[in-house]
Structures are given as C-alpha cells and as structure tokens.
Design a protein around this ligand. Structure first.
Ligand SMILES: [Zn+2]
Length: 127
C-alpha cells in the first residue's frame, strides 16, 4: 500500500506513514492485479524498440524544439502522440522511447499552445 500523501510504500500493519506521519486509511490488501503475471516475451519482441516508438520520440523532440512555430509543432505532436500510445498498447517491453514520445509530444503541445496564446496577445496589443 502506498501513502496517499507522500507516496511512500507502507506495510499494511502500519497505522501511520513512517515518512510523513499521516494516518493510513484502513484498506483491504491490494487486489491481485498488482502481481499480474506477464508471460515471457517471444524473441521477436525483445529489446529492439520498434520504429514507431523511435518515430514518436523523435517527433516529440521536434515538436518541443519547434514549439515556437506552432504550425510545425502541433502537427508533429499530433502525429507523435498516437504513435507513442500505439506502441505502448502493442508492446509490453521497451516502453522508454514510447513514453518519451508521449511525454515530449504533450510538452510540445503545451508549449505551442503557450506560444500561440502569447502570439495572440501580442497581436491584440499592437492593434
Ligand atoms: Zn506519507
């Protein structure tokens, strides 16, 4: 069980979180889904990250880098995000790159939105 306040792993016997001292809620032991068994991966799904994970990550990086030009960044992020999500849903193994792609494309979207708002405000300012 995790402390709902600080996230520290706390055993079920504890009434208080040893890290932050919060009172632990009385909860039944976690359902077995936490210990879900993943069958060993067939060799063709092994270490190599798939093309879409790499593409997702690269597009995500580009979308962050280009976020000051939202005309480039938004389509990049829009392509990168589903690629990363697709990879995550399809492969169990190497998720780092797909995760990076998802996170970067979200960051790229947020940045480009931010720049877009700034641009609009600036335009209004000059009118
Ligand atoms: Zn705590």
């Amino acid at each position: 069980m995790r402390c709902p306040y600080c996230g520290t792993e706390v055993s079920y016997q504890e009434k208080f979180c040893p890290s932050c001292g919060a009172v632990m809620p009385l909860q039944p032991p976690a359902p077995p889904q936490q210990y879900q068994y993943y069958p060993p991966q067939p060799p063709y799904m092994r270490a190599e990250p798939s093309g879409c994970a790499i593409a997702s990550m690269i597009l995500g990086i580009l979308s962050v880098l280009c976020s000051c030009f939202c005309f480039f960044s938004v389509p990049l992020a829009v392509v990168s995000l589903p690629l990363g999500l697709y990879h995550r849903s399809k492969y169990r193994g190497n998720q780092g790159m797909a995760m990076a792609g998802i996170v970067l494309s979200i960051v790229g979207l947020v940045f480009s939105l931010f720049y877009f708002v700034m641009m609009m405000m600036e335009e209004n300012y000059y009118i």
